[in-house]
Design a protein around this ligand. Structure first.
Ligand SMILES: [Zn+2]
Length: 73
């Protein structure tokens, strides 16, 4: 009976350990994604700085919006 309890406790501890490890690596991934999202680029038309994720890349220039991209053309 005690052996069974120890086995269950051991399995729970193992699952908890794996869960914690996977959670911390997921947190690191999220932090990396956030750092990348914070990269700011200057709009080639209006000069406003916007996040790289939101910027439109055209002919090696970044634009903050479709309006700026069309204005340049
Ligand atoms: Zn712009």
């Amino acid at each position: 009976m005690i052996l069974k309890v120890l086995l269950v406790v051991g399995i729970i501890a193992l699952v908890y350990f794996i869960y914690k490890k996977s959670q911390s690596s997921a947190k690191n991934l999220k932090k990396e994604a956030k750092d990348r999202a914070n990269d700011m680029v200057e709009c080639a038309t209006c000069g406003i700085y916007c996040e790289l994720d939101d910027a439109i890349l055209s002919a090696n220039r970044y634009y903050c919006s479709k309006e700026c991209l069309e204005k340049k053309r």
